[in-house]
Ligand binder design. Structure first.
Ligand SMILES: Cc1cc2nc3c(=O)[nH]c(=O)nc-3n(C[C@H](O)[C@H](O)[C@H](O)COP(=O)(O)OP(=O)(O)OC[C@H]3O[C@@H](n4cnc5c(N)ncnc54)[C@H](O)[C@@H]3O)c2cc1C
Ligand code: SF4
Length: 291
């Protein structure tokens, strides 16, 4: 396995020990449990998460300052949730000094970029104390998710209990037990085009990153990446927040994570190169200088 998985100190398969969190978690409830632990221990005094918005399955970022508020964010909503846009607000309006934030790999890149070049983020960059990344192959505009659910899966958005991408399918689970699986060849054309130049599958820049792939159903694969992430994760394990298994002992394991990361990078690298020759690259050159 090479650079496709980013740098990490440890990788395990894990699941929250809280039955309450697991009831509505997307996978092993890693994000909610780790933020809940960090909140209770005063490592963070709030977390920027994404919960249900004003339309069914439209995500809405918000600042959670209690475990109760964190609970509303459990589960994945497969469209863009501008979590990073709340960072300034979290410190100014909510008065947070120690912020947690969850996001997709591109959002983790934005967080780190903001910390390195804090224009407009004065006094904010050093307040980010726990950045949790979630794996991400692709994302969808809200209208596209609606179309997939209503037109292709023939369900109403408000009657959907869970959505999931896994085992090569887009799954829609209804409140009354219905299950519809759509082949990914149906969903591809709905993906947001920006995702086709994205080269990070496993949130390389997060303190801790997690996703379902690689682990059995109901469990999560967890990469502990930074020293900060390692300190918090180790304490959370010692406090009994998670049960863990060595990643080498679970199926399908890291090999699948690696395969999917390589597929994403390989496919999208071609799009990056194609776009560079498609006019974007040319447009960036000075037209008065002969190549
Ligand atoms: C667009 C997208 C694509 C994904 N693709 C993959 C994939 O290909 N393979 C894979 O293994 N995992 C993927 N995931 C991650 C997976 O679906 C879970 O989010 C992850 O495993 C965390 O589960 P959990 O049980 O630990 O989290 P929970 O405890 O259930 O908490 C979920 C957290 O995710 C946050 N969240 C929900 N929706 C969004 C959103 N749209 N943007 C930002 N944050 C959000 C919530 O704030 C909450 O804190 C994807 C997630 C998203 C949002
Ligand atoms: S595929 Fe990349 S650009 Fe698209 S949402 Fe996921 S991390 Fe962001």
């Amino acid at each position: 396995m090479g650079t496709e998985l980013g740098k990490y100190k440890t990788c395990v398969s894990a699941r929250s020990t809280s039955k309450e969190i697991l009831k509505k978690a997307q996978d092993g409830g890693i994000v909610t449990s780790l933020f809940a632990y960090a909140l209770e221990e005063g490592i963070i005094d709030g977390a920027i998460v994404s919960g249900p918005g004003d339309e069914p399955w439209r995500p809405q970022p918000y600042v959670a300052t209690t475990v109760g508020e964190l609970m509303a964010s459990r589960g994945t909503r497969y469209n863009i949730s501008p979590n990073v846009s709340l960072i300034k607000e979290a410190t100014r309006s909510y008065g947070l000094d120690k912020i947690g934030i969850v996001g997709t790999p591109c959002q983790m890149q934005a967080v780190r970029k903001g910390q390195l070049y804090p224009f407009g983020w004065r006094d904010v960059d050093d307040k980010i104390k726990l950045a949790i990344g979630i794996f991400c192959m692709e994302n969808f505009p809200y209208q596209s998710v609606k179309q997939l659910v209503e037109d292709h899966a023939a369900m109403k958005m408000e009657s959907v209990k869970k959505m999931e991408i896994g085992k090569g399918k887009f799954w829609v689970f209804g409140e009354r037990g219905q299950v519809v699986q759509l082949p990914l060849k149906v969903t591809h054309k709905y993906e947001q085009p920006a995702c086709h130049v994205c080269l990070d599958y496993v949130a390389n820049l997060a303190d801790v990153s997690t996703g379902s792939v690689g682990s059995p159903d109901g469990w999560s694969t967890v990469f502990v990446r930074s020293k900060n992430g390692d300190d918090i994760w180790t304490k959370a394990i010692a406090a009994g927040c998670f049960e863990t298994k060595p990643i080498e002992q679970v199926k399908p394991g890291l090999e699948l994570v690696s395969k999917l990361a390589n597929e994403k990078i390989g496919k999208n690298q071609k799009t990056v190169e194609a776009r560079a020759t498609f006019g974007v690259g040319k447009a960036l050159r000075n037209p008065y200088i002969k190549p």
